[in-house]
Design a protein. Structure first.
Length: 472
């Protein structure tokens, strides 16, 4: 048996689950991440699946058995292949699909893949990378979208130059389109997209739409057919992964890549990303013997992040992201558990939860629902907070958020609570409440819910607001 390939204690499994990411999973001197929580803290009620999730006893127990089967490097390679096939099975019900699964340490890492396919296909062309809803995506997307390092530590545990260029910047131009206007209403970027596509016929264009942003915004997928051109690669950021497999398959069949993660809706520990690359993209570079542009990302990706057919075409590191592989195993288990309760029950739980939370928030003058709530995913509810001097700005909202998640509270099944981090638009900001797959399964298994936890969380936000106002 190779040393370190079998894990036997809870703490070792926790450490393994938090490996292979970046500095976002590092804990500070108080034992907290930059989200204000310890990812292994089970004395915490989570209604923040739109931000990040926890390592639970359920995860650890499931992985005990799986890790006992890993005795060699080849066993881990087989497990990576199992994960890639498992993602296909959960989405398509088969492993022979019209797309391939490319893995990444996080959802932000997979932002690089469309850039790589563009560079391999048109190495002489400049890229125009257009990304919608930019303020409601991960903060690292700004750097990643330019082909720059978005973090200071990579999956191999090495320091990397955050903000430094990976792709020659002479070849990359980016356009970031905002999700909301100053009043908070959702923008329609269709005309901007049309103008950018039509005015750049000589560039290799990537358009990344969003289906499920931080507040659940969903771009109009009809734009793909209406605005398509021969020089455009279409990508859909579905990293919240709150949508049906049928929608994903419709997109890949149209030749659209789809980005997903397991560490949002499906509540795997942070972080695990993947992108489904359509067969159409694969065929365009299948004649290339050596993927030289992929090799530039040897500080980002492992050879085993790629599907088998591509591994021999690169000189990427052969170190397997064991933590990422286990996080995807947890995701696949969560997908299976959710599916087992039936779509009708899933829909009923989400709709009942949404109705209750909206109604409860409406009882407080201090909470103001974001505009266009009906246009967003119902498993996420976004709202502003109003104090004596008006609506809190982003810095004030962050102070309120951390005062809540870093404190102990009464009236909950646990001592602490986590909700969705504040999201900024301009100098304004909003909080989010969100449920994920594990929450839904637990509610269903209890025979429904009176949502007293939600009622108490909303009251806690009001209590912390009063404290915040008194200390200003």
């Amino acid at each position: 048996m190779e040393k370190g390939l079998m894990t036997s204690t809870k703490q070792e499994i926790i450490e393994l689950l938090l490996s292979g990411t970046d500095e976002r999973t590092t804990l500070n001197d108080r034992g907290l991440s930059n989200y204000g929580i310890d990812f292994a803290d089970e004395s915490l009620t989570n209604r923040g699946s739109c931000t990040c999730n926890l390592i639970t006893s359920k995860h650890v127990e499931y992985l005990y058995g799986r890790l006992n089967d890993l005795h060699s490097q080849q066993d881990w390679i087989n497990l990576v292949n199992e994960v890639q096939d498992g993602i296909k099975m959960e989405i398509s019900g088969k492993v022979e699909t019209n797309y391939e699964v490319f893995l990444g340490p996080s959802g932000t890492d997979v932002v690089y893949y469309p850039l790589l396919f563009s560079r391999e296909r048109f190495p002489e062309k400049k890229i125009l990378n257009i990304i919608t809803c930019i303020e409601e995506l991960g903060s690292g997307t700004v750097n990643a979208g330019q082909g720059k390092y978005f973090a200071g530590t990579n999956q191999f545990g090495n320091k990397i130059p955050k903000g430094g260029a990976i792709i020659d910047q002479d070849f990359v131009e980016t356009e970031y389109l905002s999700a909301r206007c100053n009043k908070g209403t959702i923008k329609d970027p269709k005309d901007q997209l049309r103008e950018l596509i039509q005015s750049n016929p000589d560039k290799s264009i990537i358009v990344s739409l969003v289906i499920g942003s931080k507040s659940g915004i969903e771009d109009n997928l009809l734009w793909i057919d209406e605005l398509d051109a021969d020089n455009v690669l279409w990508n859909v950021d579905m990293c919240q992964f709150r949508h049906t497999s049928e929608l994903i398959e419709r997109l890949t069949t149209k030749g659209v890549s789809v980005m997903i993660t397991g560490s949002k809706f499906y509540q795997a520990p942070p972080f695990c990303g993947a992108i489904l690359i359509p067969e159409r993209w694969m065929k365009r570079i299948e004649h290339v013997d050596r993927l030289t542009h992929f090799n530039l990302f040897n500080q980002i990706f492992s050879k085993y992040d790629l599907p088998e057919v591509f591994r021999k075409k690169t000189s990427l590191p052969e170190e397997i992201n064991k933590g990422g592989t286990l996080r995807w195993l947890v995701t696949l288990k969560s997908i299976y558990d959710l599916r087992s309760i039936g779509q009708e029950n899933i829909t009923n739980v989400i709709n009942n939860w949404n109705k209750f939370v909206n109604n409860e928030l409406s009882k407080y003058d201090e909470f103001i629902l974001m505009p266009d709530q009906a246009k967003t995913n119902p498993s996420i509810i976004s709202f502003q907070v109003k104090g004596k001097k008006g609506r809190l700005n982003h810095n004030e909202m962050r102070e309120l958020f951390f005062s809540m998640v870093e404190s102990n509270h009464e009236g909950l099944p646990t001592e602490r609570v986590f909700i969705g981090q504040p999201v900024a638009y301009g100098d304004k900001s909003f909080l989010r409440l969100a449920i994920g797959a594990d929450n839904i399964v637990n509610i269903q298994n209890r025979g429904g819910d009176t949502f007293e936890i939600e009622r108490r969380i909303i009251a806690i936000i009001k209590e912390k607001l009063i404290e915040f106002e008194n200390n200003r």
